[in-house]
Write a protein that binds this ligand. Structure first.
Ligand code: PHE
Ligand code: ZN
Length: 849
């Protein structure tokens, strides 16, 4: 367990830094294997510190020389850094170190990607660049000089000087080291500008390799929209003369919010109609916004320590969700967010990796960039907003920015801003940050003499290290419908704060139909026994779009569980109700596409596990496919009509309206192909002038075991486009039959274009393997073995990506004895490997505990 690992860091052990930094000067003499980094750091004693222990973090650095106030010193090199007897007054520390970017395969610190130099410092990567107090509560302005013959030399802030072979940058905003960035390469810019609300002109650039210059326009538009939106909705203006974005091929995550110099995984920025799907465009828009929004929520106001990660991430995800809703559709965005929360965060919260949104300890902080911190963290912000109202929320945010600008703060500071701005006591609400696990809310209903009584009971199951759970404050949005479909009580937010509470609605003339947890108002699992008829009624009549979708989802889930557990046939009543709903032309096509998506196999596995049965992924897959086929058969006419009448004509646009139509026609296509063969998909493939249509057609063909020719043609057409080839690799594994999935992944890992050191390519194949539930859990154990082999191979090079991908095994305790034995053996094999990284050993340790 984490608690016993000697390297464990605890929140309760936080102490303020002994010294603060006034200013930093860095000089980089770039060379692939021997980059010199010269630092000049002005320290002063921190009046709030308890001691004068002068310690600087540093890892994998070759110390060449060090000086204090100009005099040479010999620091004591210790595990993870250096120590020095430092003056009890202000002083200047200088050091020269040598680092090896070319051999930095972990992609943390200064590294090389396709010949360019770039950095990734969050969370603790700056210590691989030079000796420094590498903690977010030490903030300073940075001067940076880069010496290199490469044409483009970038760092944070504004460029202040440039000449033959060098550039100098200055960032006036005090920042923690994790927001430092440097880029040097042979790059070209897609340039534009933005005028802020106070009239400041900001130069904007998206920097890419020449071959990618035609894929930058969309990201640039998204950036400008984000800048405008943050001014309009949060009153937040940009604060430098320049904003740079750089696309990098080798990157462990999506993107990084370095001050004035965001660095992006190229998959999160590059897009053209021919190479990117509608989903890619939407994701790019959201990530651009997310990183931009960090300028205020993260950079201007940052985290005191890494336990407070959700302070910036939960809030920034919430902000990017609001933004996407405003740009596209709020109901559809809410459905997508709920699907992600359920498939990934509930999975985490209900397994061995469960942890509070604000964890209390960690071994490797990189392991805590999780869906719990990000997505549940965002849900908490959404609940706060619902509880205090839109005005209260805006007041609280204004106060938070005003009070904490330039500071490194905690969740307590964040909640205090809400308390002071709204007068609300949030002490019980704060449990959402401390308590792990997904609350279950049980619903009981009663109706007598015109009064409808709703009784809600909450309970949160134990999670590792937290056996006893206290009640949390759950905002439950409820509306009541008359049996004729009219809404008799409009949405009202009930506050469930006790273990059990009743709420009465008086003066009703008939027993109403309740629509509960509208808009998915809290990240909980609702346990509400409802009849098939009631659900079908809500699917037809609910005025809340989320719950309308949810009613269909409940019907689908119940029907699937009956098929899997009781051998029932496909539920014709559900299929007919679905057919009615998707035919309703008053509904947004994007929303109807969501109605056609069945619960995922992993979600079903968890639902079965919760009934006390070990799920069988093979049976789950078979049932889900059978239901899809039944839908396609019974709704064949409806689906082909939808397919024909919702085709988008005219030139491709990634806008929500067209994307929604394509989502609907492609959902119809994938179903129709199951029962009517591949002709329609082949025709679409041939006619496609954009990636959305092309890949949807290819996917539909692969699922029915066809598409060999198209697969070949696709490779020929796209072999030079790395991002498109990731799709080609991933799709084959995702669409493979269960018993062939591991073999498919294995064969692809031998493909000459399988560059396993590139995280995107590695994830394309092995992420898809883990995501193909029936294939990964095939009883042979081949999927488990293959993934473990490759994780062991990747770990010495890239611990961060390896550790993240071990999560494929996290649900292992759900399964039958045979599968459990097989998975445990692989986890133990990984745990026992010589020299296993701290990242991966923490993850497998928690899973085996
Ligand atoms: N802070 C980044 C984001 O959420 C994510 C990230 C974390 C990137 C760690 C790289 C390393 O926007
Ligand atoms: Zn973020």
């Amino acid at each position: 367990m984490t608690q016993h690992d000697p390297r464990t860091v605890f929140l309760r052990d936080y102490t303020p830094p002994a010294y603060l930094v006034e200013e930093v000067r860095l000089t980089f003499r770039l060379a692939p294997h021997a980059t010199r980094v010269l630092s000049e750091i002005q320290f002063r004693p921190n009046p709030d510190a308890a001691d004068r222990d002068f310690f600087l973090h540093g890892e994998q650095l070759k110390l060449i020389s060090a000086h204090v106030d100009g005099a040479p010193v010999t620091p004591e090199l210790v595990e993870g850094g250096l120590r020095l007897d430092a003056p009890d007054a202000a002083f200047t520390f200088e050091a020269e170190v040598e680092i090896d970017p070319e051999n930095n395969t972990a992609l943390e610190g200064l590294y090389r990607s396709n010949g360019m130099y770039c950095t990734q410092c969050e969370a603790e990567g700056f210590r691989k660049i030079t000796f420094y107090p590498d903690r977010p509560d030490v903030m300073a302005p940075f001067h940076v000089r880069i010496e290199s013959d490469l044409p483009v030399l970038l760092s944070n802030g504004n460029e202040v000087a440039r000449g033959e072979g060098f550039a100098e940058w200055y960032d006036p905003w005090p920042k923690p080291s994790y927001l430092f960035a440097l880029v040097a390469g042979d790059l070209v810019a897609h340039a534009d500008s933005f005028t802020t609300q106070s009239g400041r002109e900001v130069a904007l650039n998206v920097w890419v390799r020449e071959a990618d210059i035609d894929k930058c326009a969309f990201a640039m538009e998204a950036l400008k929209k984000s800048m405008k939106w943050d001014e309009e909705v949060y009153g937040r203006e940009y604060d430098l003369d320049l904003f740079n974005i750089v696309a990098v091929d080798d990157f462990n995550m999506g993107a990084m919010e370095n001050k004035g110099l965001n660095i992006f995984n190229s998959s999160a920025v590059l897009a053209s109609p021919e190479t990117a799907t509608d989903a890619d465009f939407e994701r790019i828009e959201a990530i651009i916004a997310h990183e931009y929004f960090h300028n205020w929520t993260g950079n201007r106001v940052t985290c005191r320590d890494w336990f407070q990660l959700c302070l910036k991430e939960g809030l920034t995800v919430f902000r990017d969700q609001q933004f996407t809703g405003d740009m596209r559709s709020h109901p559809v965005k809410r459905i997508d967010d709920a699907m992600l929360l359920r498939s990934a965060q509930f999975r985490e919260d209900n397994g061995p990796l469960a942890h509070p949104v604000r964890p209390e300890s960690f071994v490797e902080i990189n392991n805590f960039y999780t869906v719990t911190v990000y997505e549940k963290g965002a849900e908490i912000v959404g609940m706060l907003k619902r509880l205090v109202g839109d005005e209260g929320y805006r007041k609280a945010l204004d106060l938070y920015f005003e009070r904490h600008d330039g500071q490194a703060v905690t969740i307590e500071d964040w909640l205090k801003a809400f308390e002071d701005a709204t007068g609300r006591d949030l002490s019980q609400f704060a449990r959402w940050y401390h308590q792990a696990g997904t609350p279950r809310v049980h619903v009981a209903e009663d109706y007598a003499d015109g009064t409808y009584t709703l009784t809600l009971r909450q309970e949160t199951p134990p999670t590792p290290g937290q056996d006893d759970k206290a009640p949390v404050v759950i905002p439950v949005a409820v509306g009541l419908l008359n049996p004729n479909g009219d809404e008799v009580v409009a949405t009202r937010v009930l506050e469930l704060s006790e273990a059990e509470q009743s709420f009465a609605f008086e003066g009703l003339s008939t027993r109403p139909v309740a629509s509960i947890l509208r808009g998915f108002s809290a990240p909980v699992i609702l346990r509400h026994e409802q009849s098939h008829e009631t659900r079908a009624f809500l699917l037809a009549h609910d005025t809340d779009p989320f719950n309308k979708w949810e009613a269909g989802r409940d019907l689908a889930r119940t029907g699937l569980l009956a098929m899997i557990l009781d051998g029932a046939g496909p539920d014709a009543g559900y299929v007919d109700a679905l057919g009615q709903a998707v035919s309703d032309e008053a509904l947004d096509p994007a929303f109807r596409a969501r109605l056609l998506a069945l619960p995922g196999e992993d979600e079903l596995a968890q639902a079965i596990f919760e009934t006390g049965t070990a799920p069988d992924p093979t049976a789950i897959h078979a049932a889900r496919e059978a239901l899809r086929r039944a839908i396609a058969e019974r709704l064949g006419d409806t689906l082909s009509r939808l397919y024909e009448t919702h085709q988008v004509t005219g030139p491709y646009s990634p806008e929500a309206k067209d994307a929604g139509r394509r989502a609907l026609t492609n959902a119809a296509l994938s179903l129709l192909t199951l029962t009517q063969g591949g002709d329609r998909a082949r025709a679409q493939y041939r006619a496609a002038d954009n990636m959305t249509q092309q890949i949807a057609a290819l996917g539909a063909l692969l699922v029915i075991g066809e598409g060999e020719a198209e697969l070949k043609a696709f490779e020929e057409q796209w072999h030079h486009e790395r991002l498109v080839m990731n799709k080609w690799f991933g799709l084959q594994v995702a669409a493979a039959r269960p018993e062939e999935t591991a073999a498919t992944a294995e064969a692809l890992s031998r493909h000459p274009a399988f560059d396993w050191k590139n995280p995107n390519r590695f994830r394309a194949v092995f992420g898809a393997l883990a995501g193909n539930a029936a294939g990964f859990h095939d009883p042979s154990g081949a999927g488990y073995r293959l993934l473990a082999d490759w994780l062991l191979k990747l770990d010495p090079l890239n611990p961060q990506t390896t550790a993240r991908m071990t999560q494929a095994f996290s649900t292992w305790k759900r399964y039958d004895e045979d599968r459990k034995r097989l998975i445990r053996a692989e986890l133990e094999r990984i745990a026992g490997a010589q020299g296993l990284s701290r990242d991966t050993s923490e993850m497998v340790g928690r899973m085996l505990a």
